[in-house]
Design a protein around this ligand. Structure first.
Ligand code: OSB
Ligand code: MG
Length: 357
C-alpha cells in the first residue's frame, strides 16, 4: 500500500507498506487481523515472508479445526513456536475480532478499556534537513496533533530536535532512535536532556537492556523501550534494572493483545506509564491499537494517527479522523469494529492463500 509520504527511520526508508491480512473463519463468524511485519527486516527480524511461512506451516496447523477458546488458549497452542511474535499477534487479533463479533462485544470492552477517545500524536520520519523537519512538524501541528515524535539517528539528532524545540517551545515532543546508538555513541545525545522531551525511545540495541540502565542513569529525560520489550518478562526485567521509566507497547512485538495487556497490567501495578506504539497499520491494526490504548495505564499519547496521515486508500471502509482535541475515537462496534473495502483489498493484494481444516 503506497504511503502518503515516505517514512524514514534509522533503519531505512519506505515509500509503501506490505503486511499480511489474516481472515479467520469459525462458527459462521469472520475475524480480521493484521500481521504488522513489513517487507524488510528493519524494525524486526520478521518480514511478511517469514510470517507467511510461520503462519502457513506452524500457526495454522496448531489451531485449524481446533476448539480455540480464547487468546490465552491460542497462546498455549502456539507456545512451541519460538519467536515470530508479529506472526502470532496477527492471528490473535483476528481471534479477538471473531470472538467479539460472536459475543456482540467491542474489543475495547473485552480488553477492559475505559476511554472512548484516545489521545494521539504523530511519528515524523527523518526529513531532508532540519528546516524541512520544522515545516513538516508545523504542518502536523496545524492539523491538530498536539504531540510530535521525531525519528533520530547518529548525525541527525541533537540538531534536528533542537530546531523543532526552538520553533515550538511548548509542544509535547519526543524522539525515537530505533536502536541506532551504542553506549559510546549515545554520549552525543546528552544535549537532548535540556530540551524538555517526554522521552527518548530505544536509543540502544534491542538486546541492550542492561546498557539502557547505564544510559538512563545519565539522563533526566525518561528512556522508553520499544524493540527491547518482547515479553512481559522483559518488561519486568527492564523495570527491575532501571533500564527505562516508560514502555512503548505494540501488540505485534509482544506476540498479541493478551501479552500487551499483561505488560500494561504489570507496568500499572508498578506505576510505570505506557503508551501505544504504531507500525503504520491499515485500518484493521489501527482499530486494534485504539482499543488497546483505551486501557487505563496508557497515559502518554499514542502513535496512532488519522488514516489520511498514512494512506489515501485504506483496506477498511472506516477511516479514522483526528478530533479537534488531538484524540481519535475508539470503535464501539463488536470486535475491531471495522469492515473491509474489498475493492481496495483486491487492488492491493499481492498474494492470497486459503487454508482449510
Ligand atoms: O519505532 O515506533 C517505531 C513505524 C514502523 C516501525 C517502527 C516504528 C514506527 C513508527 C510509526 O514510529 C508509528 C505509526 O504507526 O504512526
Ligand atoms: Mg519505536
Amino acid at each position: 500500500m503506497p504511503l502518503v509520504s515516505p517514512f524514514e527511520t534509522s533503519f531505512g526508508r519506505s515509500t509503501d507498506r506490505e503486511c499480511l491480512l489474516i481472515i479467520l473463519q469459525a462458527e459462521g463468524v469472520t475475524g480480521y487481523g493484521e500481521c504488522v511485519a513489513d517487507r524488510d527486516p528493519g524494525y524486526s527480524y520478521e518480514t511478511t515472508g517469514t510470517a507467511w511461512h510461520i503462519l502457513k506451516d506452524f500457526v495454522a496447523p496448531a489451531i485449524m479445526g481446533q476448539d480455540v477458546k480464547d487468546a490465552a488458549d491460542f497462546q498455549q497452542r502456539v507456545a512451541h513456536i519460538r519467536g515470530h511474535h508479529l506472526a502470532k499477534a496477527g492471528v490473535e487479533m483476528a481471534l479477538w475480532d471473531l470472538l467479539g463479533k460472536r459475543d456482540g462485544q467491542s474489543l475495547r470492552d473485552m480488553l477492559g478499556g475505559v476511554r472512548d477517545r484516545v489521545e494521539v500524536g504523530v511519528s515524523v520520519g527523518l526529513q531532508a534537513n532540519p528546516e524541512r523537519l520544522v515545516r513538516t512538524v508545523g504542518n502536523y501541528l496545524s492539523q491538530g496533533y498536539r504531540r510530535i515524535k521525531i525519528k533520530i539517528k547518529p548525525g541527525r539528532d541533537v540538531e534536528d530536535a533542537t530546531a523543532v524545540r526552538k520553533e515550538f517551545p511548548a509542544i509535547k515532543l519526543q524522539v525515537d532512535a530505533n536502536s541506532a546508538y551504542s553506549l559510546d555513541t549515545a554520549e552525543s545525545l546528552q544535549p537532548l536532556d535540556a530540551l524538555d522531551l517526554l522521552l527518548i525511545e530505544q536509543p540502544l540495541h534491542e538486546d541492550d537492556i542492561w546498557e539502557h540502565h547505564y544510559l538512563q542513569s545519565k539522563f533526566r529525560t525518561p528512556i522508553c523501550l520499544d524493540e527491547s520489550i518482547i515479553t512481559p518478562r522483559h518488561a519486568r526485567a527492564a523495570l527491575a534494572m532501571g533500564a527505562c521509566k516508560i514502555i512503548n507497547i505494540k501488540a505485534g512485538r509482544v506476540a498479541g493483545l493478551s501479552q500487551a495487556v499483561a505488560i500494561h497490567d504489570l507496568c500499572r501495578a508498578e506505576g510505570v506509564p505506557v503508551w501505544c506504539g504504531g507500525m503504520l497499520e491499515t485500518g484493521v491494526g489501527r482499530a486494534s491499537n485504539l482499543a488497546l490504548a483505551s486501557l487505563p495505564g496508557f497515559i502518554l499519547p499514542a502513535d496512532i494517527s488519522a488514516s489520511d496521515r498514512y494512506y489515501t486508500r485504506d483496506i477498511t471502509r472506516e477511516r479514522f479522523v483526528l478530533n479537534p482535541d488531538s484524540t481519535i475515537t475508539v470503535p464501539a462496534e463488536p470486535g475491531l469494529g471495522v469492515t473491509l473495502d474489498m475493492d481496495a483489498l483486491k487492488m492491493f493484494a499481492l498474494a492470497q492463500l486459503t487454508l482449510k481444516a
